[in-house]
Design a protein around this ligand. Structure first.
Ligand code: ADP
Ligand code: ASP
Ligand code: MG
Length: 472
């Protein structure tokens, strides 16, 4: 029997009505194939958990009570609306209250110690998925199906990193199918907590914000699923973020490479690592709208569907900082780049873009703003003696910028695209701070002031006619 892994994002399980809709989608798919569901926390819950954890670290005890009350109201309200069977209602309510008590205890401990360790933060922030998985499983039972919540900490084995854990695929391949496939064979519908993993020793880890997409493809890969469907709140992958460009259009089919570039450069619709586990096996990934399940969505495949213009989509990423290491003294000095990126790697900074001018007067690169301060510190340490001797004259951080990327596999070898891009921006008076093109040529990316992000995206979207016709 064919197997589908389906992931439901936060808005797709945002309230009782959404959870009921998700349960119906699963029920309808399960008539023709086996289904493993993966679920995010109800929308807003992870943010709330993380904020309360940080608040607790300041010694604030009241924040814990507010958190427990808000979680209780949100989940108990959904349970009342969803679950009619009395004993199921009582059992689920007790489980939910137990998880909320556990989170509250962790927050209280944090407030007492005034210290939030990465492990504690992971345990607190993962509670949303542990709650929502139980609600969705119970909603399936209400439909007469056998839904069972399964903790991903029993399935996805990761490295020991509480916040951005990398899966260990070999170990996960040993663990997850052995736990899930017997359930599936028995007609059970497992509902797995997204976002969560555990070390081989059983310490809970998380896969990074938005990581439930990644959970779905990790599981899809190790279960040899026939396809993966990521249910979200838009019709699929669009030519641009619909919050930035009103006439963004649906892309019916794109390649793994294109989707990965879009995700890397900030298209929130997919976690940046989502395609990694499935690209080699060629498992198709669909992005579909849980609020409009009749829409076909976007299919992500090996080849995608090339378009004439070459540019398929535009994406933008803010909350990033430009770091420049420069000075005339670095010209021709061997090892400056190595030293720069070794320093960035030593603090696990996520480097998104690198650009160096041929005159070599400076090297600039972009990191998530959250990584900027510690990267700066590491660079100042690494270049301490070069700064004294003026080989390196400055190390600067500019937080007021954004990266814009134009993505499309057909851009490879198509001349003139960069020219069109930059003249479109020039016409609108947009100043370009740095430019980079990967050797894959799937994207051209450039750095502009954050204040012109929207107009720059709109200018390129218009130049390549992305909004005016539907791209098949
Ligand atoms: P979920 O909670 O289902 O994981 P997310 O909020 O993480 O959903 O991702 C979906 C959102 O991604 C959409 O609502 C949309 O605003 C945003 N988005 C950004 N870029 C794109 C794009 N190119 N195509 C579609 N959606 C995009
Ligand atoms: N709930 C987690 C988050 O908000 C994971 C996810 O939604 O994918 O980051
Ligand atoms: Mg998401």
């Amino acid at each position: 029997m064919k197997l589908q892994v389906m992931k439901f994002g936060g808005t797709s399980v945002g309230d009782a009505e959404c959870i009921a809709r998700a349960a119906k989608i699963i029920a309808s798919a399960a008539r023709a194939r086996s289904v493993v569901a993966v679920v995010s926390a109800m929308s807003g819950v992870t943010n709330r958990l993380i904020a309360a954890a940080h608040q607790a670290a300041t010694g604030d005890k009241a924040a814990t009570n507010e958190l427990a009350a808000a979680l209780s109201t949100q989940h108990a309200g959904a349970i009342d609306a969803l679950i009619k069977d009395e004993s199921r209602h009582a059992k689920l309510s007790a489980e939910v209250q137990q998880i909320i008590r556990e989170v509250a205890a962790l927050c209280r401990g944090t407030a007492l110690l005034r210290e939030l360790t990465p492990r504690t933060l992971a345990a607190i922030s993962s509670a949303g998925e542990r709650l929502s998985a139980r609600l969705l499983a119970a909603a399936l039972c209400e439909l007469g199906l056998h839904g069972v919540a399964v903790e991903a900490s029993e399935l996805i084995i990761t490295e020991d990193d509480s916040a951005q854990a990398e899966p260990l695929m070999k170990e996960t391949r040993e663990r997850a199918p052995a736990r899930l496939l017997p359930l599936v064979k028995d007609g059970v519908l497992p509902v797995v907590t997204g976002f969560i993993g555990a070390t081989a020793e059983g310490i809970l880890t998380t896969l990074g914000r938005g990581g439930s997409d990644y959970s779905a493809t990790i599981l899809g890969a190790v279960l040899d699923a026939d396809e993966i469907i990521i249910w979200t709140d838009v019709d699929g992958v669009l030519t641009a973020d619909p919050r930035l460009v009103m006439d963004a259009r649906l892309l019916r089919e794109i390649s793994y490479n294109e989707a990965a570039e879009l995700a890397h450069f900030g298209a929130k619709v997919l976690h940046p690592k989502t395609l990694r586990p499935v690209a080699d096996a060629g498992i198709p990934v669909w992005i579909r709208n849980s609020f409009a399940p009749e829409e076909p969505g976007t299919k992500i495949t090996r080849t995608g569907h090339p378009t004439e213009s070459g540019v398929k989509a535009i994406t933008a990423i803010s909350n990033v900082s430009l770091i420049t290491v420069g000075g005339r003294g670095i010209v021709g000095v061997i090892g400056v780049a190595a030293k720069t990126f070794t320093a960035a790697a030593s603090v696990r900074a996520n480097v998104l873009l690198i650009s160096q001018s041929s005159s070599e007067n400076d090297i600039c690169f972009i990191v998530d703003s959250g990584d900027a301060e510690r990267t700066l510190k590491a660079l100042k340490k690494a270049f301490a003696s070069d700064l004294v001797h003026h080989n390196v004259e400055h190390i600067r951080v500019n937080p007021g910028i954004c990266i814009i990327a134009a993505v499309g596999e057909k851009m490879r070898g198509t001349p003139g695209i960069a020219g069109r891009l930059f003249s479109a921006l020039g016409k609108r008076g947009v100043n370009i701070i740095a430019i980079a093109q990967g050797s894959s040529e799937y994207n051209v990316s450039f750095v502009v002031e954050a204040s012109v992000m929207q107009s720059a995206v709109a200018a390129i979207h218009e130049e390549f006619d992305l909004g005016r016709r539907s791209i098949k």
